[in-house]
Design a binder for this molecule. Structure first.
Ligand code: 1CP
Length: 346
């Protein structure tokens, strides 16, 4: 059966999420283990998706390291003091693994809850160093990330120190989730599409590889092969790593080369073309265009069928959106897409 889940499935589009979140700030919700795990389970119960994604945010490790960052409703992550010089970079606090206790507890509770829903796997995630740097240097959301990209060229030493710091903070966050029970890891380099291939390869890819080195060695017992029929030892698999960015059609191969197993594709290029660019040897995830979700059902259905068809040219395909669920989406459409995808592949 084709697996399907949705980026940003936990949250905004669900009335049960909006109800739970009343009176709690976004980052406080992320750091409340009971709340974070309940919010993570909501879309699994409702849509019967094949994976949960942990309710958190890419800036959580920054906050836990002691960086003054908040998530402002309707805007996104905002920093009290942007990081713009080499001394700003040198002053960044190191993330202590102990500070991740609320994340570890949240993941443990979530995995226990998912066991009751049929052992649905949990995806842990983190932001890639460039996407984190885009917020750290700009001080908040931006369109072209120009200050971050200027720092990259104007002061390459400060830039690489910033990227190394971000790689270790985000890698530590990702590792904690996997060790607490997440069975896959997704690295979001949402804003990498702002970079040329050359800048990505020189100034960003080494840090993304460093972030992933924090989880590369981790494995889990294969649930389908709990014991090997010959040796009677459990079969261990490496934790699969998914790497996703928006507008990264030119970067797909380079994003695979940092050590990813699966490439998440946004909605701007068809999956067969993405797979071709990846040499037809890489599993892909994607790429239903979120703008279809509000269209009449026959239009949605035709689009989903086309995505599934084009995904057949890759060695395997995890159906997802080409970016996050828009907040105004009718959640009923998401449930119907899950039923459709499971029906096509049954
Ligand atoms: O109060 C709210 O409900 C705020 C909305 C919200 C939510 C639900 C934000 C603020 N973050 C989140 C949770 C979140 N963030 C998840 C939850 C799990 C799920 O997918 O269901 C995930 C995976 C993220 C990751 C994240 N945060 C990314 C990468 C994924 C992507 O969408 O590209 C990015 C870029 C962020 C930063 C961020 N956090 C929140 C917003 C609105 C933004 C983007 C701001 C911008 O445009 O720059």
């Amino acid at each position: 059966m084709l697996p399907v889940w949705f980026m940003r499935q936990a949250g905004r589009s669900l009335p049960e999420y909006r109800e739970l979140r009343v009176g709690t700030r976004m980052l406080d919700a992320c750091l409340d283990p009971a709340l974070a795990s309940e919010i993570t389970l909501q879309p699994v119960r409702r849509h019967r998706v094949d994976a949960a994604i942990f309710f958190s945010d890419i800036v959580v490790p920054l906050r836990l390291a002691g960086v003054d960052v908040d998530i402002v409703p309707g805007k996104g992550p905002v920093l009290a003091s942007p990081v713009r010089t080499d001394s700003d970079v040198a002053a960044l606090p190191v993330l202590a693994p102990d500070a991740l206790a609320p994340v570890v507890e949240g993941v443990r509770r979530t995995v226990a809850g998912l066991a009751e829903l049929g052992h649905v796997p949990l995806i842990g995630f983190a932001g890639a160093p460039f996407t984190l740097a885009a917020y750290l240097v700009e001080g908040g959301p931006s369109k072209d990330h120009i200050r971050a990209r200027t720092l990259m060229h104007a002061d390459p030493d400060a830039w690489s120190a910033l990227m190394a710091w971000a790689a270790d903070a985000t890698g530590t966050f990702l590792r904690a989730q996997v060790l607490a029970g997440a069975s896959a890891a997704q690295l979001f380099d949402s804003w990498a599409g702002a970079l040329s291939l050359e800048d990505y390869t020189r100034h960003v890819a080494p840090a993304s590889a460093r972030a992933l080195s924090h989880v590369r060695d981790l494995s889990y017992p294969d649930p389908d092969r709990r014991t090997d029929p010959v040796s009677v030892t459990p079969v261990e698999r490496n934790v699969p790593i998914v790497h996703f960015g928006v507008g990264t059609g030119e970067l797909l191969r380079a994003m695979h080369d940092v050590g990813a197993d699966v490439i998440g594709v946004d909605y701007r290029i068809p999956l067969d073309e993405a797979s071709r660019r990846l040499g037809n040897i890489v599993p892909v995830q994607g790429n239903i265009d979120p703008s279809y979700l509000d269209a009449p059902w026959p239009v949605v259905e035709a689009h989903v069928r086309e995505v599934v068809e084009r995904g057949r040219s890759a060695p395997s395909h995890v159906v997802n959106l080409g970016h996050g669920v828009p907040p105004q989406t009718d959640p009923g459409v998401l449930t119907r897409i899950v039923e459709l995808v499971h029906g096509i592949s049954a």
